[in-house]
Design a binder for this molecule. Sequence first.
Ligand code: ADP
Ligand code: G6P
Length: 465
Amino acid sequence: MSEKPHFVVVANRLPVDRIVAENGDVAWGTSPGGLVTALEPVMRSQGGAWVGWHGAPDEEVAPFEHDGYDVVPVPLSALEVEEYYEGFSNSTLWPLYHDTVAFPEFHREWWDAYRTVNRRFAETTAELAAEGATVWVQDYQLQLVPKMLRELRPDLRIGFFLHIPFPPTEIFSQLPWRREILEGLTGADLVGLQVSGAASNFLRLARTYLGHRVEKGAVHLPDGRTCRAHAYPIAIDTQGFADLAASPEVIAEAEAMLDDLGHPDLLLLGVDRLDYTKGLRQRLQALGELFAEGQLDPSKVVFLQVATPSRERVEEYRKLRDDIDLLVGRINSEFSGLRRSPIVYRHAGFPRHTMAAMYRIADVMVVTPLRDGMNLVAKEYVACRPDDTGALVLSEFAGAAKELRQAYQVNPYDLNGMKDVIMQAATDSPSASRRRMRSLKRQVAGHTIDMWADAFLGDLAGPDA
Ligand code: ADP
Ligand code: G6P
């Protein structure tokens, strides 16, 4: 490792995941999810260090260099994976922060594990960072780190970014440890959120539960410090995706894919982590009805859905996997021809170039989360379109809907409404749909991940409130 880093990202996930096979073979793969997609290009251009978990339980891994920056693995025991990661992070906070679309569970021992692991991340970072370094803590798994880190290293500039929604008072108040979470976050100099409503929620809650003065977008702490909060909608490496999608290899892959799919008249696409917040059940139900009613012809239309396996030991995710298998099976058993099925479903993660090929050939991209902090898939689709064709159907409950105004917006709870909008997206006049895509492309080209990082880091380095 080089000398102490002046820029450190701290996230539960590292950009790469250590996969240990049953025979003991070890491989590294790209970690799942939008956080890694967004932050990887930032780290590649900034350099520094990324502190995070490498994805395997009970394993100590030494720091190493990756893509021009240092990777510093934090170990988690199998019990911590269960209680901190699958438990408090993904069975308490994840559903709570996503509108309680699944029931959040509250367990005191999970909270204890969350505190212990947050302390480990804070201590690792405190030992690593150079004097006066900038530390950028990421996401809901590490909300206690800003305060813990400040206590250990008051010289650091500390930012925090939440990739998922920050809930309103009515929901956040359920959390037995709401004060501690807010105290943890206000340890940062700057808290970034995806949308302005989330920033207002955070500021209001800090006033309500911590009793601090809140003025002009900042919490004023009794020790004279301030913690500012502001929306920084996250973005993607637009040019990187566009270049990839335009490469000869991806064009060839896209052609081969179309051959495999039998060149349908209309190709609809869904791309998600297999997560209950993504509205997959509703999407499949809507499409099933469109096939049943003959609005979509199952012999001429294909819906391609790829879903990355995610958090597979958490009960809600297991249930979801079974439900989706069942729904897809039912629709296909009813509407398949002898040679072709209307739904092609793969429960797998794919390399970036394959995703780009899918985005290239999809006539309609269907993104229907019940709640989503941002949703990068929607932006990736737009970035990968080679021209002004293609249509994006987008849930109004995704943060991205605030920016991608010209998408065909839907309320995923309204099945009839969603069916109508999917049909509109599929059948709109070329001029109407091109107008929308042009506007979407302008938005995605004009708001890139570099701009996002510069805006946040510029404000973090700037004067306090
Ligand atoms: P989340 O962060 O909740 O998973 P986002 O839409 O913000 O949701 O980001 C998902 C990221 O994961 C995107 O970069 C997308 O390309 C990637 N992704 C989603 N599904 C797959 C898949 N089946 N194979 C490979 N990558 C995927
Ligand atoms: C979302 C979260 C990230 C998380 C990712 C993948 O994007 O905001 O923090 O890393 O999902 O989930 P996982 O549990 O596999 O890290």
